[in-house]
Design a protein around this ligand. Sequence first.
Ligand SMILES: [Zn+2]
Ligand SMILES: [Zn+2]
Length: 256
Amino acid sequence: MKTTHGAEMNQRPWSGELASFQRAFIARVTESLDGAERVWVGPIDGCADCPTRDADGELLDEGRFSWSSCDTCGSEFGGSRYAVHVWVSGMSGSGGSWEHLDVCTDCLCYLANGTLPDTDAESGLTVREIESVLLEAERLGADRGHAAATWAYDGNTPEEWYRITLQGIEDGDPAVYDSMSPAGLSGEWSGDPTDRDLARELGLEWSDTRNAHILDEAATRYLEAESEAFWSHIESVCRRALDDDGRAPTHMRVYE
Ligand SMILES: [Zn+2]
Ligand SMILES: [Zn+2]
């Protein structure tokens, strides 16, 4: 085997972005290898912790099953462990030694080839499944944000409201942003959705803690999409209402 350390990343072909569990995986492996000058993937002759030799005297480098956590990513799921070694320099830069690590299959693939795990060990979801959950959360958020915006005005809304609202949006005035908002996920009012409702809509068990990090991310995406859709609709409605009167909204000073 060759010595590699975090070579090319295996990126998602459709977006080029990594899933959050993949970024977390890289961060954990990188942190545990901090300070290592070289990484050797495979057994080393003479290492007391390495697998024993077979009948022909060859070093065995196939995995050994273990329940102990992986030395690089920290995974506590039982599974195959493989020998990896890191070169640690001695004090004052003189000499050094190989330190033996037992790593999981995900880490072996990453360190040897730069490929990232495709399945989130915690939730059991693949990168694609997680992506579709997050996209669905965004879609739901955007739909509700847009719907909520259409309830903020009607045919009797005075022109003044459109002017003040648009000016507030352009100025980033908190008075306008505090005056209305989409429902979010707080369930503050009866009928408003909650985190638990979102989980059900996304087909994930809310009470299963293994899904918690996915649901957190989905809620964040939902709220961002909801807010974005809400305010962009309000803004476009204001511009339309004012433009119909032949005014130039961007130059108006409501508070003068
Ligand atoms: Zn070893
Ligand atoms: Zn690992």
